[in-house]
Design a protein. Structure first.
Length: 161
């Protein structure tokens, strides 16, 4: 009889739209989330444009903008360039077989050569919130009597980090 009453009560509750509930169970965990920030750098160079040379000393300036991840130390090296017979201390602009000597420096006084030997003739910095701008100072010395023409060179820039 008791069973019949329980069945009738359940049927009455279901008919009335009341669903019997069971106790809910839960399980929890945590989700690990990770990321690795890699040290990275990019460099952008503006052209070094000397303009017209007429045997008088000619100076020009360009900029290297180095953007590295925060706190990343870096060193900037400049190679000898592509000019025939060029060296780090005596770079060469070329026009056919003709050359025009020039130099690249790390300082505005043009006393600190810019080359590839770390700790000697390179520039260094550390990645910060803003990009690091390094000026490149160029000089074509006076007294070169070169054939008229458009002289060019390409200097490789390497950022080591």
């Amino acid at each position: 009889m008791k069973r019949l009453r329980t069945s009738l009560l359940v049927c009455a509750l279901v008919a009335a739209g009341v669903q019997p509930t069971a106790d809910a169970a839960t399980a929890t965990t945590s989700l690990p989330v990770t990321a690795t920030v890699l040290a990275t750098c990019i460099v952008v160079a503006t052209p070094l444009i000397f303009g017209n040379y007429s045997a008088a000393q000619l100076d020009a300036q360009a900029a290297l903008t180095v953007t590295c991840t925060l706190g990343t130390p870096f060193v900037v090296r400049l190679d000898a360039g592509a000019g025939t017979g060029a060296t780090i201390t005596a770079r060469q602009l070329s026009f056919g077989v003709n050359t025009l000597a020039y130099s690249l420096y790390r300082d505005a006084a043009r006393t600190q050569n810019w080359g590839q030997t770390d700790g000697t003739d390179t520039a260094s910095g550390t990645g910060a919130v803003l990009p690091v701008v390094l000026n490149v100072y160029g000089r074509i010395p006076a007294g070169q009597f070169a054939a008229p023409g458009a002289y060019i060179d390409t200097v490789g820039v390497t950022v080591v980090y």
